[in-house]
Design a protein around this ligand. Structure first.
Ligand code: ZN
Length: 321
């Protein structure tokens, strides 16, 4: 198959749309959606996505290189795989999104906002993932959704995991350490992310991977992403993994919601992700309401004083010991 990234940016289909290599069949399903099926039966299925945010190009390039290695027969595939480039229109425009942040629209939330490019894409991706998992009987289901962050971070590489009724499999968390993640953040409530959708709907082990800083196509220092790329290749081929980090673990202890124009976030624009604040610190206020740190130490994730009213201006984290 020709260059999948190029085809996706051109909104074109490969010719032919399917084929067979030494170890697997591949099939192009739609713009930015491709599936791989090993010729020998396997007991694991993986959704591998990137480019939900169109300006986060490094994971898209990483994924593209991985696909080239697969197609050249360098990796002996041990998983059934669904590859997704999440938001082709935003990738073309080199923007986070065209009309709406698609990673707030999953689990049917696309029905709650006026229809646009992203609502259609979220609905289509939900259907693709549903068909993919329905087509197999694998015991093990994973979803890795790769991003890069806008702001700097105390931990440049970290994972955000959706709320889940059952504990996470330690093998899965170990792999995230092998991929170079330095911190893991566990959500406690449902959200509109792609990973929450796959976790809640298909009981997949799902993680949103933040792999570094967002830059345009061609300007990425891909060496920064080497460990994640190696861990992915090893995962797909069932080979030895890179040495694991032992990521710090945090749970989401609270959210700062901007309800109105009166909301003031007491953090500079340059505040790093995971910046710690001691008990009693005034984080934000809105009229009579004051948001103060309730635990000995809380760290902020994704602080954003400029969000529209009704949206989240930051998550507060507490370390799990
Ligand atoms: Zn992102």
């Amino acid at each position: 198959m020709q260059d999948f990234l190029r085809l996706t940016l051109d909104e074109a289909a490969p010719q032919p749309v399917s084929g067979e290599c030494a170890h697997f069949r591949w099939r192009w399903l739609a713009v930015g959606v491709l599936t791989f099926e090993p010729l020998m039966p396997v007991d694991r299925a993986l959704v591998l996505s990137a480019g939900l945010h169109g300006n986060e190009t490094a994971p898209v390039e990483l994924l593209d290189k991985l696909l080239q290695r697969l197609m050249q027969g360098e990796i002996r595939l041990q998983w059934r795989v669904l590859v997704i480039l999440g938001n082709p229109a935003a990738l073309r425009a080199d923007r986070r999104f065209v009309d709406y942040d698609i990673n707030r629209l999953f689990s049917g939330r696309w029905r709650d906002v006026p229809s646009c490019s992203e609502t259609a894409r979220a609905a289509a991706l939900e259907k693709r993932v549903s068909d993919f998992f329905a087509a197999g009987e694998e015991r093990i289901r994973w979803h890795l959704d790769m991003h890069t962050a806008i702001r700097g971070s105390y931990y440049p590489r970290f994972g955000v995991l959706p709320a889940r009724a059952r504990p996470y499999d330690e093998g899965f968390l170990h792999w995230l350490g092998c991929a170079g993640l330095e911190a893991l953040v566990f959500h406690q409530t449902p959200g509109g992310t792609f990973t929450h959708f796959t976790s809640a709907t298909f009981a997949a082990l799902s993680c949103t991977l933040e792999l570094g800083k967002a830059r345009p196509f061609g300007s990425n220092d891909l060496s920064q992403f080497n460990q994640a790329a190696q861990a992915l290749a090893a995962l797909l081929g069932g080979e030895a993994l890179p040495v694991a980090n032992a990521p710090r673990r945090y749970r989401v202890a609270g959210q700062l919601i901007r309800h109105s124009e009166a909301f003031i976030l007491h953090m500079a624009d340059s505040t790093l992700n995971f910046t710690p604040f001691p008990r009693g610190t005034l984080l934000a206020e809105e009229g009579e309401t004051r948001y103060e740190v309730q635990h000995d130490i809380e760290r902020v994730l994704f602080p954003n004083p400029h969000v529209a009213p009704g949206l989240r201006a930051g998550l507060m984290l507490v370390e799990i010991t």
